[in-house]
Design a protein. Sequence first.
Lengths: 291, 280
Amino acid sequence: MVRKSILVFLLPSLMLLSVFVIYPTLYTVWLSFFDEEGKFVGLNNYFKVLSSRETVNLRRFPFKSPPWGTLIHNAVWIAVHLPLSLLLGLLFAVVLRNIKGASIVRGMIFLGMVMPMVVGGWMIRFMFDKDMGVVNALLRLLGIKWLANKTWTAWPEYSLIATILGGVWIWTGFSMVIYMAALSAIPREYYEAADIDGASALQKFFHITLPLLKPATSVIVVMSVLYELKIFDIVFVATRGGPGASSNVLALQMYDYAFRALKFNEAAAIAVLLTLLTLGPAIYIARSAVR
Amino acid sequence: MRNRWAVTLLTNVIGWGLALLWISPLIGIIMAAIRPVEEILYGWWNLRSFHVTFTNFLYAWAGSKGTYPLSKGILNSLIVATSSTVLPMLAGSLAAYAFARFTFPLRRALFATIAVLMAIPQMMVAIPLFMLLDSLGLLDTYLGLILLHSAWGTPWITLFLRNFFMTLPKELEEAARVDGATDLQIFYKVILPISIPALLSVVALQFTWVWNDFFFALLTMMSPEHYVATQCIVWMRGKLHTPWGLISAGSLITMSIPVAIFFILQKYYIKGMIGWMIKG
């Protein structure tokens, strides 16, 4: 029997979702198949976007410096940002486990996740500044002068990597927290049993800890890939996608197409492409949530 | 014995060293905010002359040449973030209860749809939402932005609370039902009070996300008196040179709210973040 009161429970959220999420999503798909005059053009907008050098630039990738095109930039984001933030998070989770004031230290590293990403964007510009930047100062200390004497965000050779490394700084707190939760869920008895068998610290790490961190790792991978695909704020503030589109990403390209150039239909095609890319991780989350 | 003591000391030194190195960019903007610009121009770590000034905070707060007063931005952010936390919490918790306890046609399909919606990029809805708000006369209004954020927050809140409600024992509700309570009465008299820890997680995360958002605000808020805090600090970029003192002070003011929420509600914040992802 279906209760009458079910509508009271479901209606508010279904209305919000259908008007402000589902309808606009479907309308964006619709827009992507038409031209400015409203004529159906099939996949034409997609061909236009994907063949544009702003999206994929195979004349420059991989042997010349960026711009390589937004799609490739997002791929580089995943290739660099994912392993770095994952490994650093694991490192912090393991190293910071048993130290004095662990919760304060963890809070400090997690701050990147708590602050607005636009603040993160400004901090990226600041930390890679040739005079005031702490990264440049460290490089100078290490004697790497040629890299230290440039404001990274202002050079096409370095702007992409600067935003990505800054993104690692912002996001590492996330993987650290997930790994910490997973680590504290491992029963102590496992390690005690291994001690009795005379296992070394490294053996314990590789044979007990690492295998039991697998579920946490897949959560981190999925959420990180979503983050890397949707990246917008920090690029908008740190480099505005430049110089010369050298650090541009799909989300920012979509925004510029739509609200600068007013090319709604091509912008819609970019949005759909971006959403298709997020679909894999999205379905993974949905499946583990629905159970 | 002594060996173990040395190892502990070493871990502590390495741990704290790494952490301090890691947050040095943050120390940098604190230095840039509280010191006159001449002192930080060639490195904020240069402490030979060290003066503390609060003019940057004053200028950021009250607005100065070409920047918008952050005081107004903070107020706008408070209005938007508070409403956009309460509204989806109401809508989401109602739906979550239905998904957790009632059976109805299409339940699984609906729930799966909501779960997938959680991961959609904001860019996917940008153009139609802009047109929709424009035609409703809601562009550049609090209500428009609040509705966007509320709808956007509903999926994860529904999902998170549904999973929480599933863990509650049914006996309480059955006892109330025997006493003749309606579904709605049971929901707000029995379920909500015992769900306060989960609701605190929702408050901590949803408020922070809305407060920190920039894209939806950029999309809808066009007149400077409606700018939220994140917009104010983005538009602090100067014409000729970057006013780092102003930007740093503005950034610190803006991030102080989510940072305070994080430290006060840390337990619930982390639980909320991990809760709906790991349990499965």
